[in-house]
Write a protein that binds this ligand. Structure first.
Ligand code: HAM
Length: 457
């Protein structure tokens, strides 16, 4: 049997409604913040990621899926969304658009050759956002507020927002020099990864998981202490705007992030979920004021974030998020081969009118058909047999109330729509399960009148 590739997963139909609900919420919040969707290809020229994300980052040096196409060009499955969106922004001259601040979002699969574990896959999905054209700290704060609003809309509350600034190029260069000098005498005491990072990407030593509690790292200089006045002012303002929006955050002086393009603000959102273990970062982002120009565009600042959707899904599952239930409006049972042509016409009419409808295809017993209707969570079951055919009527059962009626065949659709449109039980005296006045769960109230047979109003 051929199995799925390591580090990938299937989303089965029983799970897709949760994903659709998650995606819908994301799109709604994106609309509120006025971010518009952009869709870029799943693969790009390899060079884009080398120049965009950085040659020495783990993502580019160890994790990309590269392939030569039949024209001998090197392509790469996108490991992240920022560089492709920037490429598209430049190529399509979005910087010249009537709206000078372009706010974009995307959702889709990314590919990284990482060691798979819970919350870490080789094909995973991101929801990301990028805002171009302003270096205002208000936009840094907005992007963090947007990420937090997505979590709020999903009712994921047990999270922490960690924020830091690494400053612009001058601050970064000053800090890098200080860090290299500080670490020089002790570098051999750090883990082998840190020793490689020391040569290639020293900032990454700061968030090493292995050595994080060592005195060497605890006492290391921090980026915040090397910010130029301008970078410091930017960070102070970002914090001020976050405060004004009532957003909780923690300043994490060790936060540097693993991609080279960041300047100024960097941030991550962690879910406080034991099940995710070390993979509890559900969102990461920051400002990147030089990426557009380094990829050949005009000097344009940018700021953005990306959520890992599988990790968001784990967080949702921990709060028993169920997604939309599967259900049908109508399940049709056709009793007899001679009636199948007419039965199919009836079902088709209901579907053309927009009802969620299905039928029995297996010619099983009535009991099995009703079982199937129950499994499919059908509100109405319609039975079409010889007797109904002769009388040009159809038997309809409301699975919710148990009520059965005979309806003229050509009125089936109208009848079901009318029933579905009826307001939910609204008698002030009766609760859904039992009547407040008489306590009966069979109290037959007249909801239109607002009166209840038991005497309550
Ligand atoms: P990133 O931190 O590499 O940033 O990824 C963002 C999020 O994607 C992570 O916090 C995590 O939730 C999820 N993620 C990353 N790798 C995996 C994986 N192998 N399996 C499952 N989830 C994963 C970026 O990608 C930047 N482009 C974010 C950004 C946008 N910065 C500015 N704009």
């Amino acid at each position: 049997m051929i199995q799925k590739v390591k580090g990938t997963y299937d989303v089965l139909p029983s799970e897709t409604s949760k994903w659709q609900a998650l995606e819908r919420t994301i799109r709604n919040v994106s609309r509120i913040y006025n971010y518009r969707e952009i869709r870029t290809p799943m693969f790009e020229q390899t060079e884009l990621f080398h120049r965009g994300v950085g040659e020495e980052t783990d993502i580019v040096s160890k994790e990309t899926y590269d392939f030569m196409d039949r024209g001998n060009r090197s392509n790469t499955l996108r490991p992240e969304g920022t560089a492709p969106v920037v490429r598209s922004f430049i190529e399509n001259k979005l910087y010249a658009d009537k709206n000078p601040v372009q706010k974009l979002y995307y959702m889709g699969p990314m590919f990284r050759y990482e060691r798979p574990q819970k919350g870490r896959y080789r094909q995973f999905a991101q929801f990301g956002a990028e805002a171009f054209g302003s270096d205002s700290p208000m936009l840094d704060a907005e992007i963090i507020g947007y990420a937090v609003s997505v979590l709020k809309a999903l009712k994921i509350t047990d999270v922490s927002v960690n924020i830091n600034s690494i400053g612009e190029e001058e601050s970064k260069a000053n800090y890098k020099e200080a860090l290299i000098n500080y670490l020089a005498p002790d570098i051999s005491s750090l883990c082998s990864d840190c020793q490689t990072r020391y040569q290639k990407n020293p900032l990454r030593i700061l968030d090493c998981k292995v050595d994080k509690d060592s005195d060497v790292l605890k006492n290391a200089p921090k980026p915040l202490d090397y910010l130029t006045e301008e970078s410091k002012a930017h960070f102070v303002q970002v914090i001020g705007y976050l405060d004004s929006m009532g957003i909780d955050y923690k300043i994490d002086k060790n936060l540097v992030r693993g991609l080279d393009y960041y300047t100024h603000t960097v941030f991550e959102v962690n879910a406080n979920l034991e099940t995710l273990g070390a993979q509890n970062t559900i969102c990461g982002g920051g400002r990147y004021n030089n990426l557009v120009s380094s990829l050949g565009g005009p000097k344009t600042p940018g700021v953005g974030f990306a959520f890992g959707l599988e990790r968001l899904m784990f967080a949702l599952e921990s709060i028993n998020f169920l997604g939309d239930p599967d259900y049908l409006h109508l399940y049709l049972m056709i009793l007899g081969d001679d009636l199948k042509v007419e039965g199919t016409r009836i079902l088709n009419r209901c579907r053309l009118g927009g009802l969620f409808a299905d039928m029995d295809y297996l010619d099983k017993s009535m009991k099995a058909k009703f079982k199937q209707a129950e499994i499919l969570n059908a509100r109405f079951v319609a039975i079409y047999g010889e007797e109904e055919h002769q009388a040009k009527m159809i038997n309809v059962k409301d699975q919710e109330s148990g009520q059965e009626v005979k309806v003229p065949l050509d009125q089936l659709y109208n009848y079901i729509v009318a029933e579905l449109m009826k307001p939910a039980h609204s008698c002030s005296s009766c609760s859904e399960d039992s009547c407040d006045s008489c306590g009966s769960d069979e109290c037959d109230c007249d909801s239109e009148e607002g009166t209840c047979n038991c005497g309550g109003k």
